[in-house]
Design a protein around this ligand. Structure first.
Ligand code: SF4
Length: 461
């Protein structure tokens, strides 16, 4: 359970279990913000909740199992459970496993889930409701926030059911996104993580409509968004760290690289390539599947040498031959990506890929996965080793307790590390005044395959 507490007597209290990806976390935050505006308080534990919401993930079978287990736990601990999120589209499976759930609503159905809470735990009427404007509820720490710019997706990748679950691309207005970002920064956010299913496609559905913002007319477009976010101010004219996630390498991505070189945008791109072999990409029906990606990576790095590229790959997609896999390995050696996540292909119920011939045997998937990890870990270790001796800005996530010698350690991240998915920077001997969200200059003293180790050289990042 991960909800903030505080309530007045008689206020109905809602608990929330949020599973799945950052996009689902943003949905949980929106639902809780809306419920609080309706007079509900949040419960940090099962026992104090009048009703528990479980925001599920239904993407992979393993995620479904985890979702069903979480629903079971909430029922055992509290008994009054409403299910929402991606797995909500499989109400029958949920009810078969847990007949006592009070209601099941699907992904992105804010109205329905709020209505279900009103039905099963009617809000108490009191004079306290809505008297004081409240900041939005956040489930992430105060110093970083996810900024969701659109819902859904116009593509139809063979292994993915997101378009079925979440519908076609629906972009938010750029002024609404910027207002939310400005509010988050005013409330202490120092790092914004831009998320969607396809960030480079932002605004395609609204023909990149323009909106007035601070005397300018930005379009709903990734480059205008990036430029505007880079003009926010976390103090002393410093922009927040802004990371772009789920970017496809369309040609217009070239336009955000100079913003990184100028320091307006964090030099970090999360591009889920998934594979490199043309025949596999074709069967996967991947967008922006073009041969020139390696040349573009080179050009980007020439403009912004500190650019970090993170990506994810699927091994063992149906029909992947040994040659296809060797092509991927050669491509990775050439691309020298900084951060790589890999998955063994797993069929997702309802996905087109399930009907493809030539499934790859499990043991071959395992063997390819291990080979890929070996290569990408070697590349990652060499890249991190090259940072030893450099001084880098680091944002602090956690400050520890003093040990018996009085030394305090802290954990932070460099601009190359997104929270939750990348590595960390471990700091020794930090001042006790250090706090989460501080951005400091760190001299890197050591590295391993994933993380850096160092000491603060200046309290300014
Ligand atoms: S781009 Fe492909 S993988 Fe990503 S959400 Fe859309 S359909 Fe799914």
């Amino acid at each position: 359970m991960n909800t903030p507490a505080t309530s007045l007597p008689d206020q109905k209290r809602v608990g929330m279990v949020s599973l799945g990806c950052p996009k689902a976390l943003v949905d949980s935050e929106r639902i809780l913000t809306r419920l609080r505006a309706d007079g509900y308080a949040m419960s940090p534990d099962y026992a104090g909740a009048d009703v528990v919401l479980v925001n599920t993930c239904g993407f992979l079978d393993s995620a479904k199992e985890e979702s069903l287990a979480a629903i079971g736990e909430a029922i055992a601990e509290n008994g009054r459970v409403i299910v929402t999120g991606c797995m909500g589209d499989e109400a029958e499976a949920i009810r078969a496993a847990h007949p006592s759930v009070l209601a099941v609503t699907g992904a992105h159905q804010y109205e329905q889930v709020v209505e279900a809470v009103h039905t099963h735990a009617p809000p108490s009427q009191g004079p306290y409701v809505d008297l004081i404007p409240q900041p939005d509820i956040k489930l992430t720490p105060r110093h970083y926030s996810y900024l969701k710019i659109s819902e859904g997706c116009n593509h139809s990748c063979a292994f993915c059911i997101i378009p079925q679950l979440r519908g076609k691309l629906a972009s938010r207005r750029i002024d609404a996104v910027l207002r939310e970002a400005e509010k988050l920064v005013a409330a202490g956010t120092r790092e914004l993580l831009v998320i969607s299913q396809d960030t480079s496609a932002y605004g395609v559905d609204t023909r990149h409509e323009t909106r007035s913002w601070k005397g300018r007319e930005p379009r709903a477009h990734m480059t205008d968004l990036a430029r505007e976010l880079g003009q926010l101010d976390i103090g002393n004219g410093t922009p927040p760290w802004v990371r772009l996630h789920y970017v496809y390498p369309y040609p217009h991505v070239d336009q955000v690289i100079p913003l990184m070189a100028e320091g307006l945008l964090t030099p970090y791109l999360d591009i889920p390539f998934q594979h490199a072999a043309p025949s596999v990409l074709k069967r996967m029906k991947r967008p922006a599947n073009e041969a020139k990606v390696l040349a573009r990576l080179k050009d980007w790095r020439a403009i912004c040498p500190d650019l970090t590229i993170r990506s994810s790959f699927v091994v063992g997609f149906p029909g992947e031959t040994e040659d296809d896999f060797a092509y991927l390995i050669d491509w990775l050696e050439e691309a020298q990506l900084d951060r790589v996540g890999a998955f063994r292909f797993e069929p997702v119920e309802g996905a087109a890929a399930n009907a493809l011939p030539d499934p790859v045997p499990e043991e071959v998937k395992e063997e390819r996965y291990a080979r890929l990890m070996e290569v990408t870990e070697r590349i990652s270790a060499a890249k991190l080793e090259a940072k030893v001796g450099r001084t880098l800005p680091v944002i602090i996530d956690e400050v520890g307790e003093a040990d018996e010698d009085g030394d305090i350690g802290a954990t932070g991240r460099s601009q190359a590390d997104a929270p939750e998915i990348d590595g960390a920077v471990y700091l020794r001997n930090v001042p006790e005044t250090l706090a989460p969200g501080d951005i400091v200059s760190v001299e890197v003293e050591d590295a391993d395959a994933h993380d850096l180790f160092g000491a603060i050289v200046s309290a300014k990042g």
